[in-house]
Design a protein around this ligand. Sequence first.
Ligand code: NDP
Length: 458
Amino acid sequence: MDLRIVNPTNGTTLKELPCDDRAAIAAKVATAHAAQRAWAATSLAGRSNVVRRFRELLVERTETLALVLTDEVGKPIRQSKNELAGTLPRIDFFLEHAPGVVADEVVFSDRAAGLTERIELEPLGVVANISAWNYPWFVGLNVIVPALLTGNAVVYKPSEYATLTGLALADLLDAAGAPRGVFEVVVGAGEAGAALLAEPLDGVFFTGSLSTGRRVAEAAARQFAKLQLELGGKDPAYVCDDVEVDAAAAAVADGAFYNTGQSCCSVERVYVHAAIYDRFVQAFTSVVKGFVVGDPRDEATYIGPLTRRELALDVLAAQVSDATARGAKILAGGHRVERPGWYFEPTVLVDVDHSMRVMRDESFGPIIGIQPVADDAEAIEKMNDTEYGLTAGVYTADAARAERVLTKLAVGSAYVNCCDRVSPRLPWSGRRHSGLGCTLSTHGIAAFLNTKAWHVKA
Ligand code: NDP
């Protein structure tokens, strides 16, 4: 069966590629197992050289890679370039910190008793990376680079919507000198991911939706593969009454609509202190009405098409009609854009409450609900009223107030006067239904290692 890669800007076919069947996937996993042993035996310096060369090639080919990404997922070209540039500090972080993380540690030594205790860290083995399309370079490399540096082989199943980027990434690793089999790409849709999980694996690193994450967790559990999940979110921002309103409105609007709202850590709900609610809503709506919707190849475009057709056609429209049926008011957008492709207008809803899907379900598009709150206590209660727990942000002139609010929230990332932000130095993780485990930071390198305990008697 062939996979048809479609340009979401106009619905035309970019490419048709043969999908890997069950036998081809099994062969790729077997090749990875065979290659992993030699790769683990290669020195860290040798593995780092491949990653360094990969980084150089990424820089050299950025313009072309950005176009591939923009055509395939509809990401505005400036944001595609930002994503590619943003991978570099992450790669640098991994290169700098891998030696410290993988080093053996002597934790006890008693000469008189002739006893030494040492912790050794070993690669997991062969890990599957099943990934999302919204930031394929970011979320792909967050797994692939530390996995390879620590001596694992990776079998990568990019989203079918980011297949060309996945194949470009494989070409780069190949050109950088990664030995055959150390990095394998599986081409196909969800069935290919499911088939991959039926093969013998030592780790499963998944980025995607909660519903697929559940299926992936069940499959990984059957073979006790180490499991990591980066799932969805319904991330809130709370704007206190002591902020500079225009600046806060512009920052939160960017956090909600960047990448056409298709970020796991997009702001998806906004709570505003009643004292500044009207002013904030006005400023926010005027920022959103100024967003340039257009061709993602155009440098001026801020909002492109949605990557997945059903999101534009069904999910967002259904959230808007559910909200308006329950009393919400549309201040901007609310409809599909009348042009070819999967476009949805940047949409602002007010008079919303938590009975509405737009305030409960992940939207993953250019749509936001804004709700007033009486005080910090109500903001905390509303922000915690979700099954997810990826990030939360508080905008205030009083950092201690922000900390008081954020410590009461079950989230993996706490933002003070910022949002929609990821740092290579900090762990990226979700609480509750937003995930298990973490990527990035030194913890996100250690995630690819098993501990071996050495008890050595003289
Ligand atoms: P999906 O869950 O639809 O897909 C994720 C991956 O799983 C894709 O490669 C998909 O393949 C594959 N897949 C689908 N079905 C199966 C199956 N039965 N077994 C194994 N693999 C399968 O998510 P999206 O790609 O649409 O990504 C959007 C979601 O990802 C959002 O919920 C977003 O919040 C989340 N996300 C979370 C991040 C985080 O860091 N927490 C970061 C980025 C995104 P295919 O696409 O070919 O169907």
